[in-house]
Write a protein that binds this ligand. Structure first.
Ligand code: IMP
Length: 199
């Protein structure tokens, strides 16, 4: 089965394809099916935004579409940047400028706890919908470490691994990340759905 990923982020494609290929699902970018959908993320929750994106791409492509809405929630920032993670600090900032904003927002803060959240929504042309949520707890490092990954990876430190996300290989990150966890749950849901045993 072909599924269109409602995202232009090739990092997300790699992470999703690695897990969903185990079910024989081929995940492709919008550009590969000739569409370019710009969805305004007007939802107040990750769940709502994932559903908005998947629905729009399913309608444009006529194919099952999968979307992930994700973000970083920092306790001392009142749960922010949360659903605003991609646009934290305004449009046009680099990933680095955004994570530096998080670091400066936490200056002098003792509570550096945070979590990444990912909500996945898949919408089928017949209107059926599957959803899954995953979280990964961690703490915000005092300074960026590591070269890999994207977004806030260099400042998201996972105590059990003693590494930031940006210091992990793709495999290591997938095994514990919010998206990896949401995808594992989604994989179970999709398997049930494809076997006709979904409730
Ligand atoms: P989305 O594409 O609307 O889900 O935007 C999510 C934003 O949250 C991204 O632009 C990143 O800034 C951040 N984010 C989500 N997942 C990750 C991750 O795995 N690592 C680093 N940053 C992430």
């Amino acid at each position: 089965m072909k599924m269109v990923l409602a995202s232009k982020n090739p990092h997300k494609l790699t992470e999703m394809a690695a897990i969903l290929s185990q079910l024989g699902v081929e995940v492709v970018l919008e550009s590969e099916v000739g569409i370019d959908v710009d969805v305004e993320e007007t939802g107040e929750t990750f769940e709502e935004n994932a559903a908005l994106k998947a629905q729009a791409v399913m309608e444009a492509s006529g194919l099952p579409a999968i979307a992930d809405d994700s973000g970083l929630c920092v306790t001392a920032l009142g749960g922010g940047p949360g659903v605003y993670s991609a646009r934290y600090g305004g449009e046009g900032l680099t990933d680095r400028q955004r994570y530096e904003l998080v670091l400066s927002g936490l200056s002098g803060q003792l509570d550096r706890s945070a979590k990444f959240v990912s909500c996945i929504c898949c919408v089928f042309p017949n209107g059926d919908r599957l959803t899954a949520r995953g979280e990964c707890p961690g703490i915000i490092a005092y300074a960026p470490q590591g070269e890999d990954g994207f977004g806030y990876d260099p400042v998201f430190f996972v105590p059990e691994k003693r590494k930031t996300f940006a210091q992990m290989t793709g495999e290591e990150k997938n095994a514990i990340s919010h998206r990896g966890r949401a995808l594992e749950k989604f994989k179970v849901e999709l398997e049930r759905y494809l076997n006709g045993t979904h409730q």
